[in-house]
Design a protein around this ligand. Structure first.
Ligand code: NAP
Length: 247
């Protein structure tokens, strides 16, 4: 069975690795090509956009894909919409792999907001101080009008667009540790954390550090998945789903 995995996540890499030894699957992983040195999945990899949903339909037909797996990041809403549209148009079964969202624990001080604009409005209402922003390099425009706060911005690759006027930029790639995150927050006197609800373990340490320091968190909710797409939350369940399609 020919499988196209839309990737860019740890789950996509784990799935490609798990299927690599299986003679009944022929897997290609697809990356957007956004980051400079992406962690590459094992097996065949293609890099770059398809040219919208229509381009993805062409690609599915060209490689003779039997199934499509959307294992992209929970905030990669455009490619997920294209995957749903293209799978329907090409008549190819689609499954989405989405790690569970984070949930609040005792001691957390989270405010959930629907998008990055709402997060910036929450930050604007905070007292002066340093706000730690980990929402990714493309969402920083929302904060550029805020001259009242200092921003500690952490991204994987350097941001290209404008930054808030008082920004300290930190380039780093997870996973992070709780002591490391706590030390960073202490060093910069962080008064609030802004994050997307990415879920998973790789970047959870900042939320533990914020809890322990009683730092408020502005949590940007996930965009919804396109309706009607079967969804699993683990790589194990994705393999079971693929096996059921293959049977
Ligand atoms: P997006 O806004 O949903 O997609 C924008 C465009 O990028 C898509 O229309 C598509 O271009 C191309 N694209 C995205 N994922 C692709 C893939 N796996 N293979 C081929 N083309 C892809 O996506 P994004 O938020 O920029 O994220 C880009 C990639 O980074 C995703 O694969 C995602 O898994 C990963 N990622 C994203 C985040 C995040 O916070 N958004 C975090 C970690 C990793 P065409 O229309 O030309 O086909």
């Amino acid at each position: 069975m020919r499988v196209l995995i839309l990737g860019g996540t740890g789950e996509a890499r784990s799935l490609a690795a798990a299927l690599d030894g299986r003679p009944d699957f022929e897997v290609t992983s697809s990356l957007a090509g956004r980051v400079a040195n992406p962690a590459l999945p094992v097996g065949a990899v293609r890099i770059g956009g398809f040219g919208g949903a229509a381009g993805l339909v062409d690609h599915l037909r060209t490689i003779g894909a039997d199934v499509l797996v959307d294992a992209t990041h929970p905030f990669a809403a455009t490619i997920s919409a294209h995957a749903a549209e293209a799978a329907r148009a090409a008549g190819v079964p689609l499954v989405a792999v989405r790690r569970p969202a984070w949930t609040e624990c005792a001691g957390d001080r989270w405010t959930r907001v629907r998008d990055i604009g709402a997060a910036a409005a929450e930050v604007a209402a905070l007292p002066p101080g340093c706000v730690f922003v980990t929402t990714g390099r493309r969402d920083l425009a929302a904060f550029t009008a805020d001259g009242a706060h200092e921003f500690l911005v952490r991204t994987v690759d350097p941001p290209r667009g404008p930054l808030p006027p008082r920004t300290t930029l930190l380039l780093a790639r997870g996973p992070y540790t709780e002591p490391g995150e706590a030390a960073l927050m202490r060093r910069h006197d962080v008064i609030a954390l802004v994050t997307k609800d990415s879920g998973g373990d790789m970047t959870y340490a900042k939320l533990v550090a914020a809890r322990e320091r009683a730092i408020p968190v502005v949590m940007v909710d996930r965009p919804p998945l396109p309706p009607g797409v079967p969804t699993v939350s683990t790589v194990h369940d994705a393999i079971s789903w693929l096996d059921s399609v293959a049977a």
